[in-house]
Write a protein that binds this ligand. Structure first.
Ligand code: SAM
Length: 190
């Protein structure tokens, strides 16, 4: 297939936005794949905030980062992404290059623990405030489960009404696939 699939496309976008020595946010650490990717983008002198409400996810992310010798730039935060402002360092205010939300539940874990639209939107608002010009926020939306459908129903209208004078908003999805496949929303600050 020549069309870029969903997860590689999310990475492609982030790689463009997050430079060496940059500042990035993994809003949903899970098993740490995105935190590792962002840590490699920013290098040891950059900074990555990595959030998860599950202790197990934080531990699993830490393990992955250590095994790849990439723990140095990452701050692992066992708290909800909606509380970002409690953790954002003064020198990073208005300086965030990129952020990713991989929404839904952690594969292989408790499917009852899912991201929730209201908290996701609170976190998006905070991140948008602190994104740099040309900084990028990427959402990977999974709506195969019930809460995921509710989250999609709230998030899509929210991002579509963001003012075009301030943000470019992109939706990237395969429209003829069965069973609500994941899709991407990317928001670039102008
Ligand atoms: N990006 C991850 C990876 O590479 O493995 C997968 C993330 S998984 C789909 C979603 C994660 O979001 C779960 O680990 C869940 O605990 C976490 N989560 C749910 N609500 C959250 C919140 N309010 N703040 C931070 N993380 C949250």
């Amino acid at each position: 297939m020549n069309l870029t699939r969903i997860l590689p496309f999310a990475r492609e976008l982030l790689a463009k936005a997050v430079p060496e020595n940059g500042v990035a946010i993994d809003a949903t650490a899970g098993n740490g794949h995105d935190s590792l990717f962002l840590a490699k983008c920013v290098g040891e002198h950059g900074f990555v905030y990595s959030f998860d409400i599950q202790k197990q996810a934080i531990e699993s992310t830490k393990k992955r980062l250590i095994s790849e010798n990439a723990l140095t730039p990452v701050s692992l935060i066992h708290d909800g992404h909606e509380n970002l402002l409690t953790y954002l360092k003064t020198e990073h205010m208005g300086q965030v290059d990129g952020a990713i939300f991989n929404l839904g539940y952690l594969p292989g874990s408790d499917k009852a623990i899912v991201t929730m639209a209201e908290k996701t939107i609170t976190a998006i608002r905070h991140i948008l405030t602190h994104l740099k010009s040309e900084g990028l926020l990427v959402l990977v939306i999974y709506s195969g489960h019930e809460e995921g459908q509710e989250e999609r129903e709230v998030l899509v209208p929210y991002v579509r009404q963001l003012p075009q004078e301030t943000y470019h908003v992109l939706e990237y999805r395969f429209t003829n696939q069965r069973n609500n496949p994941p899709f991407i929303i990317a928001i670039e600050k102008r």
